[in-house]
Design a binder for this molecule. Sequence first.
Ligand SMILES: NC(=O)c1ccc[n+]([C@@H]2O[C@H](COP(=O)([O-])OP(=O)(O)OC[C@H]3O[C@@H](n4cnc5c(N)ncnc54)[C@H](O)[C@@H]3O)[C@@H](O)[C@H]2O)c1
Ligand SMILES: [Zn+2]
Length: 370
Amino acid sequence: MIENHHTITVNTESNGYNILIGNGILNDIHKFIDPFNHGQKWVIITHRNIWNLYGKELSSTLIINQIAPTVIFVDEGENSKSLKTAASIYSQLIQLGCDRSSYLLAFGGGVIGDLTGFIAATFMRGMPYIQIPTSLLAMVDSSVGGKTAVNISEGKNLVGVFYQPQMVLIDPQLLKSLPQREIYSAIAEIIKTASIYDHSFFNILSSIITSYNETGDVSLFTEAIFESCKIKSEVVSQDEKESGIRKILNFGHTVGHALETTLGHGNIRHGEAVAYGMLCAGFISNKYGTACGLSQNLSENNWQALQNLIHLLPLPDIKIIDTDQIIQIIRHDKKNMGDIRNFILLEEPGKPVISSLVSEEIIKISLEKV
Ligand SMILES: NC(=O)c1ccc[n+]([C@@H]2O[C@H](COP(=O)([O-])OP(=O)(O)OC[C@H]3O[C@@H](n4cnc5c(N)ncnc54)[C@H](O)[C@@H]3O)[C@@H](O)[C@H]2O)c1
Ligand SMILES: [Zn+2]
């Protein structure tokens, strides 16, 4: 039974929905799904390994609502976020007799969430979907905000739609089986969210991470997931389609994205690259803040605190990177995430500034220092 759960309401222009967070919520999902169930078809999109771990639990709660969903398996990894996989799933949905009233359940990490959201947005011009994220990254980042996408050969997430789910159900207990590297990588995104929005959340994060390092207890993340989702949903509610304030969520991503491209997604996790990106952005904010348009440089104390927090994470060694290559990638990155004209700096934790004055030279210096 759920002792308690937190609810966050996300209000975007296109849709309002709830994010529910509670330890053990998976076993009680029928209660939350009930209002959405009208006897329509339900299809779960997941990976086989996740289904082997939690499929029985999910099925046995859904059966209470008389829901006997069809399960569609996709292979693990970024390659599944493709038009090819989407096309194959559209065909399966047709064969199953699905229509616009059918529901999709995304049961997995960010790959499953982004792919399922994209299919839901496009199948018959849009069908509803619910997110049940299973990775920490999906819990704190990808399941909130309605960005859905698939990859094409020219790059990641280049084909997609903003399309909000009907509900997001988060059970931190699912993280028990998540490999630790995935956990640490996602913590970097939590640090990012805290850095740009909330000084007090920033301050309590170090004790959460330290306790997790000592105990490995995943319920320690419940509060951090709640705070991250709350912040992300507040930002997204103000700017659903990233024309303004939502850009602050890209703190650490200009350099991070270029590092990921240079080193290869198999060699560095997204969050690890963002962690280095935040160190660069922190360094620039501390040493060159006012030159880049900040009203004050990030103070020594705050810069030290940011470094201390990030260094609680085990990060891969990137000493051998070619800084010229990183600059090249940043220069040619047309996506907002890597756009040098929208470089996110910090005046202090909770006070981000979108700067167009960060030069390639300064980025290079920051890369050599961190
Ligand atoms: N939509 C957005 O706003 C947004 C934001 C950030 C990232 N993303 C996308 O998210 C994706 C990355 O997501 P991710 O880091 O969750 O990767 P992922 O979905 O590939 O999951 C990582 C690995 O963990 C496994 N896994 C997931 N949950 C598990 C569990 N509970 N127990 C055991 N294993 C588990 C998966 O099978 C996979 O092998 C990328 O495609 C990225 O582009 C989207
Ligand atoms: Zn990210």
